[in-house]
Design a protein around this ligand. Structure first.
Ligand code: ATP
Length: 199
C-alpha cells in the first residue's frame, strides 16, 4: 500500500484545486519558509479524521479553510482527498484503490467519504486501524514528535506498539463489548429491583 495522491481545495494556503501525485519510492517536498510544506502533512492528518485543532496548528476547525489573501477572497469550504494504492489489500476493503475524502463548510457542516460514498468518521478510523496510517498512527511523524514519544508516558508508547502489532481493532471491540456488558448488568439490576417490588 502506498499514497498515490493528495488532492486539496480550499485547505489552508491551497486556494486552488491542486493534486499532488506520488509514486512508489521517496518523494521530497521543498520550498521557502511559509510556502505550505507543512500544510500538505496537515491535509493528510485532517482527512484521516484529526479532530484536535492544535495538531493542525489552528485555533478553531474553521481555520483550515482558506482565509483569503490580498488578491483572493476567502473560500467557503475546505476539501481534501487522499488516494491509496491497495493492491496488496492491507486495507480491509475490496478495492485496489481507496480514496478517503473530508469536506468542511464554514457553517460547520462536514462530511467524510470513502470511495465516493458518504460515511462516518468511525468508518474512516476503522479502515485504518492497525495499519499505522490512522490519525494515531506513526506514518506521520511531526517535528518534535520523536522526543515526545521517548519522553512520554509508557501507556502512550504502548499505544504505538499496539498499532504496529495489529491489535488496536481487537482492543476497541473488547472495550465496546465490555461497555455493553456493563449496560446489560445495570438493566438486570433494574429488572431485579422491579421484581423484588412486585413480590
Ligand atoms: P516552514 O518551512 O517555515 O516550516 P512551511 O512551508 O511548512 O514553512 P506552512 O507552515 O505549511 O509552511 O504554511 C504556512 C502558510 O500557510 C502561511 O503563509 C499561512 O498564512 C498559510 N495559511 C495557513 N492557514 C491558512 C488559511 N486558512 N488560509 C490561508 N492561508 C493559510
Amino acid at each position: 500500500m502506498y499514497l498515490k495522491s493528495i488532492e486539496v481545495h480550499g485547505f489552508k494556503s491551497f486556494a486552488h484545486k491542486l493534486k499532488f501525485d506520488f509514486h512508489n519510492g521517496i518523494t521530497g517536498i521543498v520550498g521557502p519558509n511559509g510556502s505550505g510544506k507543512s500544510n500538505v502533512a496537515d491535509a493528510v492528518r485532517w482527512v484521516l479524521g484529526e479532530q484536535r485543532i492544535k495538531q493542525l496548528r489552528g485555533g478553531t476547525m474553521q481555520d483550515v479553510i482558506f482565509s483569503g489573501t490580498e488578491n483572493r477572497k476567502p473560500l467557503s469550504y475546505a476539501s481534501v482527498a487522499i488516494t491509496l494504492d491497495n493492491s496488496d489489500h492491507q486495507l480491509p476493503i475490496d478495492y485496489e484503490e481507496v480514496t478517503v475524502a473530508r469536506k468542511l463548510y464554514r457553517s460547520g457542516e462536514s462530511e467524510y467519504l470513502i470511495n465516493g460514498g458518504t460515511c462516518r468518521l468511525k468508518d474512516v478510523n476503522e479502515l485504518f486501524y492497525d495499519t499505522g496510517i490512522g490519525k494515531e498512527g506513526y506514518s506521520i511523524i511531526g517535528q518534535g514528535q520523536i522526543d515526545k514519544i521517548l519522553s512520554g508516558k509508557p501507556e502512550e508508547r504502548r499505544e504505538l506498539f499496539d498499532e504496529a502489532a495489529g491489535i488496536v481493532k481487537f482492543k476497541r471491540r473488547k472495550n465496546t463489548s465490555v461497555k455493553k456488558l456493563e449496560e446489560e448488568r445495570q438493566n438486570l439490576l433494574r429488572v431485579n429491583d422491579i421484581l423484588a417490588e412486585l413480590e
